[in-house]
Write a protein that binds this ligand. Structure first.
Ligand code: HEM
Length: 484
């Protein structure tokens, strides 16, 4: 059952939409009770939003159950939504509900606490720090590549999840967290599945099996994070990483201060590895279909670094590799939709959304909009090199405004170095049966394992499964599967 951040806003949280407003005049499907829209949204949220935008234009009003909802589908509206009106928006119920696991970390907290915590954590993501992490990023990727064998079939996303978790553990917590990879991966999956629960009215109060799983996930994650904290407190050594920084700020180490450290660590752990793992998996999947682009990456790496290991100093010169990653995140944005709740009436373009409405913008929709991207379904990294006249705010994989991703610089460094390191060593070949079907949950995840075959980069791919990304377009495949 596909559920996304957006869906959760429908059921709980902000005050219901009362009072009259100009929302009645915003185009949209016939209002009714909102049940039909709700079910369509739940079945296939991407297809539902795409359908709204193509039929009703840049501002669409629809009903999700008893809630007013608006889809904003123009870069100017993205700016208005995420920057101009940001101070009057609240995190929606999905983030409120996620607090049951994540506590009051950066993703879930509201101002003024959010602004204070963001100021505190920001130095851990300063460019100098990220530059220092580059060696680990490249080294860990090289180690992974060295473990792979010619002809081996791997599951792309699983490999990327282990890699990005290991890098995050080492750089921000100075810990070999990857030993807990399967447990954390499982916890993330359960967290996403538990999002389904929020969709069930009064789920908070029902003895649902999902709630028991929620408690188990939380206990496992607590054991892990508090274990890291205790060890660090016992040793008293300053590792100069995020964990030490947070502990220093915890002053007297009261229970509530330690609790806050736990919340921030867990948030970074959960927000900081699945997103970039998905981005890398999609990028490698696309390069597997576009041998010419993979070759361009190889030529670029060879020219810049020869045979030596890559490092931070190469980042700015890996321009094509970066463009390939940017283009992958255009087609498959790891965070595909952003939703906010409003407690006060708020203008949305020429209309006014009433208090209690849910507002959405979708990276997936705008990144594939032919008004802003020429041949939008084509994988064409050069568009990010050509200084293309792309409208500002039509491309926003990391969000914009005060809640913009704090890990963006980290993600670019890691993504570019990992993509270059893997591609220089290995050809990723799709198997004939490999299909990419998207699962639009909090993040945009592949629904099924992406099995690929490895051949050394010097050897040209032989499987012949070099399909185009359009053939794998999620919504069509999903619709086909749903219909079958
Ligand atoms: C390709 C990788 C990534 C993508 C596409 C991505 C995307 C995003 C987006 C779109 C948001 C904004 C959410 C909103 O406006 O509601 C966000 C927030 C956030 N991201 Fe990322 N992210 C990535 C990697 C990372 C990494 C590597 C870290 C940490 C190591 C991280 C930590 C966070 C945190 C803590 C927030 C909350 C920021 C705040 O509310 O102040 N992300 N991310």
């Amino acid at each position: 059952m596909a559920v996304c951040v957006a869906q959760i806003y429908c059921w709980e949280g902000l005050a219901g939409g009362k009072g009259v407003n100009r929302s009645q005049h915003a185009p949209g499907p016939k209002a009714g009770l909102g049940i039909r829209d709700l079910l369509s949204f739940r079945r296939d949220p991407i297809a539902f939003l795409q359908n709204l935008a193509s039929h009703h234009g840049d501002v669409t009003h629809f009903r999700l159950g008893w809630k007013n909802a608006f889809l904003l589908n123009h870069p100017d509206l993205v700016h208005e939504f995420l920057v101009t009106h940001a101070p009057s928006h609240l995190r929606g119920p999905v983030m409120q509900r996620s607090r049951a696991i994540m506590g009051d970390g950066l993703l879930t907290s509201e101002d003024p606490m959010h602004a204070a915590q963001r100021r505190l954590i920001q130095p851990a993501f300063h460019r100098d720090r990220i530059t220092r992490h580059a060696t680990v990023m490249a080294k860990y990727t090289s180690n992974m590549c060295a473990r792979w064998r010619p002809g081996e079939i791997i599951e792309l996303r699983k490999e990327m999840m282990s890699l990005t978790l290991a890098i995050l553990g080492k750089t921000l917590f100075d810990t070999p967290i990857s030993e807990d990879a399967s447990e954390i991966g499982e916890a993330v999956t359960e967290l996403m599945a538990l999002v389904d629960l929020v969709f069930v009215p009064f789920s908070r109060y029902l003895p649902l099996p999902g709630l028991r799983r929620l408690k188990r996930v939380r206990a496992r994650l607590d054991r892990l994070i508090y274990g890291l904290i205790d060890e660090r407190l016992r040793s008293g050594v300053d590792h100069g990483d995020l964990l030490s920084m947070l502990l220093q700020s915890a002053g007297e180490k009261s229970a509530s201060a330690i609790r806050q450290v736990r919340d921030e660590c867990l948030t970074i752990l959960l927000a900081g590895h699945e997103t970039i793992a998905n981005a890398l998996a999609y990028a490698l999947f696309l390069l597997a279909q576009h041998y010419d682009c993979a070759e361009k990456v190889r030529i670029e790496v060879e020219k810049i670094a020869g045979q030596r290991e890559l490092g931070a100093e190469d980042f700015d010169r890996l321009t094509f590799t970066r463009a390939a990653l940017a283009e992958s995140m255009r087609l498959y944005p790891p965070v595909w939709v952003l939703g906010r709740g409003i407690t006060q009436p708020c203008s949305v373009g020429p209309y006014t959304a009433p208090a209690g409405s849910i507002l959405f913008v979708s990276q997936y929709l705008l990144h594939r909009d032919s008004r802003f991207f020429h041949e939008p379904l084509r994988f064409h990294p050069e568009r990010f090199l050509e200084n293309s006249p792309t409208q500002r705010f039509a491309y926003f994989p990391f969000g914009i405004g005060p809640r913009r991703c704090i890990g963006e610089g980290f993600a670019w460094m890691e993504g570019v170095l990992a993509l270059a390191t893997i591609t220089r060593k290995w050809n990723i070949e799709l198997l004939h049966e490999t299909k990419l079907v998207l699962d639009a949950k909090i993040t945009l995840r592949p629904k099924f394992p992406i099995q690929v075959k490895l051949t050394p980069a010097q050897q040209k791919a032989t499987s012949g499964a070099q399909t185009t990304c359009e053939e794998h377009a999620s919504e069509r495949v999903t619709a086909r599967l749903a219909a079958s």
